[in-house]
Design a binder for this molecule. Structure first.
Ligand SMILES: *[C@@H]1O[C@H](CO)[C@@H](O)[C@H](O)[C@H]1NC(C)=O
Ligand SMILES: *[C@@H]1O[C@H](CO)[C@@H](O)[C@H](O)[C@H]1NC(C)=O
Length: 507
C-alpha cells in the first residue's frame, strides 16, 4: 500500500519527459535473467520500421519514467535483431505488449497505448486483487487511479468479503479495489456495512452503492458510476460506449470551449437519465463525418443526436433549433418514453422502375426485399465503388433473365440499394455485398460469396432460393426459342470476366 501519493503526482508530472531513457532494451542474452530478477515487467516487442511502435515510443518512455518509482520496469526487444526471442514468445505483430510475472506467468497487455493508461494498468497489476486500506491510507487510495472502489464490511462478514473479492478478480484490469473492516471509517464515509463507494477524479468524485451486496449489483453499479456524466467520444472511448448496452447521446461542437459550455448546459439531463443514457461531447472538427451515421447534416454544428446502440437506430435532434437544456431535455424525455420514431435515411421512392434491376430505397426495403412470396437477391452498393461498377452490366443481364419472363418475375426479384444513401437493417462491411432473401425465410438471408458471373449468381438463386428457379436453363430456353426461325442460331454469350473470390471495396 505504498506510494499512492506519488502515483497521483506522477500522473500530474507525466508531461515532463526524462532525457535518458527509462526503458530497458533487452536482447537474447539479457532477457531471461532480467525477467527472473523482476517480479512484474511490461515488455514491448517492436520493429524499428513499425509506425504504431513509433507512435507508442514517447508514451512508453513517459510511462517507464513514472513506473520506475514503483519498481515496475518497462523493457523493449527489437525483433529485427532478436528474432528467435520474439518467436519464442509468439510475437505475430508489432508492437506486441506482454506482462511478465517471471518467465512462467505471461499475459497480454490489455490496456490503451497511452502513458496514463499504461501507468494505471501496470499499477493495478502490481497490487493484490483487493488492497486492504485503513484510516491512514484511505485518502491516498481514493485518488490512486481515475476510478477506485472501496468496500466496507465487518471483519466476520465472510460472505460479503467473498462476493467483493470475486468481483475484484474479474474486473481488476478495469478498476482498483480496496476494502476495510473499520466500522468507524464506514460511518465517516456515510456507508452502512456491508457497503461500497466508488471514488472518481471527475463529476462529484464519489458514488455510494445502495442495494443488496451481490456480484451482479456491484458490477452494474460500477458500470454506471465509473462513466463521466458527460464524457467525450473519441477513438479511445467509442468502443466502450458502443458496448455499454445503453443509448448514447452525442453533443457535436467544434471548439473545446463550446463543448464545455454545452456539456455544462446539458449536464442536468445526464444526471436525470444516468444509467439509462450515456452523454458525451464529440469534436465536430475532427469527427464531424460521424454525424452522417446519425443522419445529421455534416457541418451544421453544434448538433445533438441519440444513437440506440443495440438496434442501431438514430434520433437526430432538429438542427434548425438551438441546443438548450429545455428543448433537448424534452427531446430526451420523449426518447426515453419511446415516443420518438427513429430517423431513416432514404432516397425518394422511384416513380417507375426503369431497368431490369429493381431499385430499392429505405422506404421500400421491407415491401420489396421482405416480400415473403419471392426469392429476392439484393446488392448493397456504393456509387463510388469500382467493383460495383464492374458488376453492373452482368447484374443487369442476370436480372433480365427473370424480369423478361412474367412467370419467373412472380418468383424472383433481382434488386439493388445504394447503402450510402439509404439506411438498411443489415450490417454491411464492404461493397458490393450481395444477399439472397429466400421466400418464406426472410429472417435467414444467405450471403453470396462466389465469383460474380451471371451463371454463378443464377445458380446461387436456384440452389438457395425457395422457388428453385433455374435461371441458366430458362435463359437457354428463351434463346433457343428466339433462334427458332432464324437462319443462324447465335452462340450463347461468351463467359464473362471472373473477379477474384470475395473481392470487395473497403468501406
Ligand atoms: C477478506 O478476506 C481475506 C481472506 O480471508 C482477508 O485477508 C481480508 O482481510 C478480508 N478483508 C477484510 C476487509 O476484512
Ligand atoms: C447456395 O448456392 C451455392 C452456389 O450454387 C451452393 O454451392 C450452396 O450449396 C447453396 N447453399 C444451399 C444451402 O443450398
Amino acid at each position: 500500500m505504498r506510494n499512492f501519493g506519488s502515483f497521483a503526482l506522477g500522473l500530474l508530472g507525466a508531461a515532463a519527459v526524462a532525457a535518458a531513457s527509462d526503458v530497458h532494451e533487452l536482447d537474447t542474452e539479457t532477457f531471461k535473467p532480467f525477467m527472473q530478477e523482476n517480479d512484474l515487467v511490461l515488455a514491448e516487442f517492436f520493429a524499428p520500421w513499425c509506425g504504431h511502435c513509433k507512435a507508442l515510443a514517447p508514451e512508453y518512455e513517459e510511462a517507464a519514467t513514472t513506473l520506475k518509482e514503483k519498481n515496475i520496469p518497462l523493457i523493449k526487444v527489437d525483433c529485427t535483431a532478436q528474432g528467435s526471442l520474439c518467436q519464442e514468445y509468439g510475437v505475430e505483430g508489432y508492437p506486441t505488449l506482454k506482462v511478465f510475472r517471471g518467465l512462467d506467468n505471461i499475459s497480454p497487455y490489455a490496456g490503451m497505448r497511452k502513458a496514463p493508461a499504461i501507468v494505471s494498468y501496470m499499477t493495478k497489476q502490481s497490487l493484490p486483487d483487493v488492497s486492504i486500506v485503513d484510516s491512514n491510507t484511505l485518502e491516498g487510495f481514493k485518488s490512486a487511479d481515475k476510478v477506485v472502489m472501496v468496500a466496507y464490511f465487518g471483519a466476520d462478514d465472510t460472505a460479503s468479503n467473498e462476493t467483493y473479492t470475486a468481483v475484484a478478480k474479474e474486473l481488476r484490469d478495469d478498476y482498483l479495489f480496496g476494502a476495510t473492516n473499520d466500522a468507524a471509517l464506514a460511518e465517516a464515509e456515510g456507508i452502512s456495512q456491508p457497503g461500497l463507494a466508488l471514488y472518481k477524479q471527475f463529476d462529484d468524485g464519489k458514488d455510494v452503492f445502495s442495494g443488496e451486496f451481490t456480484e451482479e449489483n456491484i458490477k452494474a453499479f460500477a458500470k454506471v458510476a465509473s462513466v463521466p456524466l458527460v464524457g467525450e467520444v473519441g477513438p479511445e472511448t467509442y468502443a466502450g460506449y458502443m458496448a455499454a448496452g445503453i443509448p448514447l447521446a452525442y453533443i457535436f461542437a467544434e471548439t473545446p470551449e463550446e463543448r464545455q459550455t454545452l456539456a455544462a448546459e446539458l449536464k442536468p439531463l445526464a444526471v436525470k437519465h444516468k444509467g439509462a443514457l450515456n452523454f458525451a461531447t464529440i469534436d465536430a472538427k475532427a469527427f464531424g463525418q460521424h454525424g452522417n451515421n446519425l443522419n445529421l447534416e455534416v457541418g451544421k454544428w453544434p448538433a445533438f443526436a441519440i444513437q440506440e446502440t443495440v438496434k442501431n437506430q438514430k434520433f437526430p435532434f432538429d438542427q434548425s433549433k438551438t441546443l438548450t437544456a429545455e428543448g433537448v431535455g424534452a427531446f430526451v424525455d420523449d426518447f426515453v418514453a419511446g415516443k420518438l420514431e427513429p430517423s431513416i435515411k432514404s432516397e425518394p421512392i422511384p416513380e417507375t422502375q426503369e431497368g431490369p434491376v429493381t431499385v430499392v430505397v429505405a422506404h421500400t426495403y421491407n415491401d420489396i426485399v421482405l416480400d415473403d412470396d419471392k426469392d429476392v437477391m439484393i446488392e448493397y452498393y456504393a456509387p463510388w465503388c469500382g467493383h460495383c461498377k464492374a458488376l453492373a452490366p452482368k447484374y443487369e443481364e442476370l436480372a433480365s433473365i427473370y424480369s423478361s419472363n412474367p412467370s419467373l418475375a412472380a418468383k424472383v426479384v433481382v434488386a439493388k440499394v445504394d447503402a450510402t444513401a439509404n439506411d438498411v437493417p443489415e450490417e454491411i462491411s464492404g461493397f458490393p455485398t450481395i444477399k439472397l432473401f429466400p421466400a418464406g425465410a426472410k429472417s435467414s438471408p444467405v450471403d453470396f460469396i462466389g465469383a460474380r458471373t451471371v451463371e454463378e449468381l443464377a445458380n446461387f438463386i436456384r440452389d438457395n432460393g425457395s422457388h428453385r428457379v433455374d435461371g441458366v436453363a430458362a435463359r437457354a430456353e428463351a434463346e433457343a426459342e428466339a433462334a427458332d426461325g432464324e437462319q443462324m442460331p447465335e452462340q450463347a454469350a461468351a463467359a464473362s470476366e471472373v473477379p477474384k473470390e470475395g473481392e470487395k471495396d473497403e468501406l
